[in-house]
Design a protein around this ligand. Structure first.
Ligand SMILES: O=P(O)(O)OC[C@H]1O[C@H](O[C@H]2O[C@H](CO)[C@@H](O)[C@H](O)[C@H]2O)[C@H](O)[C@@H](O)[C@@H]1O
Ligand code: UDP
Length: 462
């Protein structure tokens, strides 16, 4: 295979297990092809330290066979590109939250400036046969910028978040420009078939695209292949982590503390897309409608801090903390609290232990590209005595994980009923559902995802 060049906003050293399955999986291919991983260094340079908009120092270093090339961002670029256009405009709009989108010309200008700068820095590092794989909403216009500099390589794009329906997308000022930029790619990958359907309807109605069949669309004088490539996890790696020292410690502590109680778990970034207030309300409804769970069911909710300088994230934190305080105040006893809320990132090595100890996992986003936690929970279970996954029908993962208990997170009573059903589910049914779910996450794991995408890109006509 040709050399692979991965471009993403964040990157990680693929040799470090803490980087997670995705970095390790991309690392395999990068390592095998002597590849390059390009993106933001994570460093923000203040003006007083010489930071200039549209400029950033390039750093390169070797991680085994992989070259990591990163660029610093000045504060103005970070605020307008990452906090501004990416996370105050595209993230809410693509998660169906038009009410939270805060569109302005400055953030769009910063988004374009950083994409242009990335293209300028990346272009001299490219070789003619490189396969270039660009990731996520931060970098949609990058291929168009590269093309304008004469890049003729095959370029693929994978959107990790959902694509909204056409009319919702049309509410974004400049949506035509953004979607036109997708036609600079050869292959565009989405998480779910629902996203592909939205893309097809949008390009048909707004861009007058020709449908060439088999996922090929022609518009703006270019042809693009758009298809769903649902991202998976490294099932064996996660299952292996379950037997590691930290995971075992966590598992044993949890089992000891909850031996006479039933443990429910939630593991999310504290993002408004994850449906955390709705989840707490459903849990409250469970305690109200099924009182046998009082003094027994406990929800450990990890809500790891994220994008804290964006207002909507501060607001969701207040709302969640208010609800957790309320439920604990209303139902808590001297020796039992219904919710244990943890506003910290829990080390990846510990998560499998927590997952395995959880009788029920609540994965109930209002909208989510995929949701890897749902798959990690399945991978961590003991097949002889597995827990039950309660999954939002609005997570990309729901297209694959049909044997989970699917819920509508806006329906508080329906969600409470599903949680009760999960808590009461007989062993045989738990085993049967888990076996099927495990087959599904194994069939389309992260290695399948990476290979399928890259093969499709390699076979695409440049
Ligand atoms: O980089 P951050 O701003 O700190 O955010 C973390 C990542 O969040 C998003 O994750 C998405 O990708 C997952 C894997 O494909 C998917 O399961 C999930 O549903 C998505 O929300 C974001 O898309 C990443 O770029 C961020 O790095
Ligand atoms: O405290 C935490 C919370 C989450 N995660 C990991 O972060 C990823 C979250 O991915 P997901 O697709 O569920 O959602 P995202 O946060 O990317 O929207 C998963 O691998 C989790 O195991 C973690 O390591 N520690």
């Amino acid at each position: 295979m040709a050399r692979v060049v991965v471009v993403s906003n964040r990157l990680a050293d693929p040799r470090k297990a803490a980087a997670g399955g995705l970095a390790v999986a991309l690392g395999d291919t990068l390592n095998a092809t002597g590849g390059l991983w390009f993106g933001w260094s994570g460093k923000v340079v203040d003006e007083s330290e010489g930071g200039t908009p549209g400029e950033g120092e390039l750093h390169t270093h070797q991680a085994g066979n992989v070259t990591l090339a990163t660029v610093d961002l000045c504060k103005e670029d970070h605020d307008s590109y990452y906090l501004g256009y990416a996370n105050r405009v595209l993230w809410p709009m693509f998660h169906y939250r038009l009410d939270l989108a805060d569109f302005n010309k400055q953030s769009l200008a910063g988004y374009r400036r950083v994409n242009q700068m990335f293209a300028r820095k990346l272009m001299p590092l490219l070789k003619p046969d490189d396969l270039i794989w660009i990731h996520d909403y931060h970098l949609i216009p990058l291929a168009a910028e590269l093309r304008s500099m004469g890049c003729g390589n095959r370029i693929g794009f994978f959107l990790h978040i959902p694509l909204p329906p056409p009319l919702m997308l049309a509410a974004l000022p400049g949506h035509e420009w953004l979607i036109r930029a997708l036609f600079a790619y050869d292959v565009v990958g989405f998480q779910a078939q629902a996203d592909v359907n939205h893309f097809e309807r949008y390009v048909h109605s707004e861009a007058d695209a020709e449908m060439l069949g088999d996922g090929h669309y022609r518009a703006f004088n270019r042809t693009v292949l758009a298809r769903a490539f649902p991202i998976g996890i490294d099932v064996d790696e996660f299952a292996q982590l379950t037997h590691g020292k930290e995971a075992r410690e966590t598992y044993e502590t949890m089992r000891e503390q909850y031996s006479r109680r039933r443990l429910l778990i939630g593991i999310d970034r504290l993002d408004y897309s994850k449906g955390l207030p709705q989840r707490i309300k459903a849990f409250q409804e469970l305690l109200a409608s099924y009182p046998e769970n009082r003094k027994s069911a406990t929800l450990i909710q990890i809500a790891s801090p994220t994008r804290e300088s964006v207002d909507a994230y501060a607001d969701i934190r207040h709302e969640l903390e208010h609800l957790c305080g309320q439920i604990n105040g209303d139902y808590g006893e001297l020796d039992w609290m219904p919710v244990r809320y943890i506003h910290r990132t829990v080390a990846r090595k510990r998560l499998p232990g927590l997952c395995r100890a959880g009788r029920v996992a609540l994965v109930t986003p209002l909208r989510d590209g995929m949701n890897l936690v749902a798959k990690e929970y399945i991978a961590a279970q003991d097949p002889a005595d597995p827990g039950v996954l309660v999954l939002s029908r609005f997570a990309g993962a729901a297209e694959q994980l049909r044997e989970a208990l699917l819920v509508n997170p806006y329906d508080t009573e329906g969600s409470a009923q599903a949680i009760q059903r999960a808590l009461q589910m007989p062993l045989e049914e738990r085993q049967a559902r888990h076996q099927k779910l495990l087959e599904r996450i194994r069939a389309q794991d992260v290695h399948w995802w990476r290979k399928t995408f890259l093969q499709t890109l390699e076979n695409a006509q440049p």
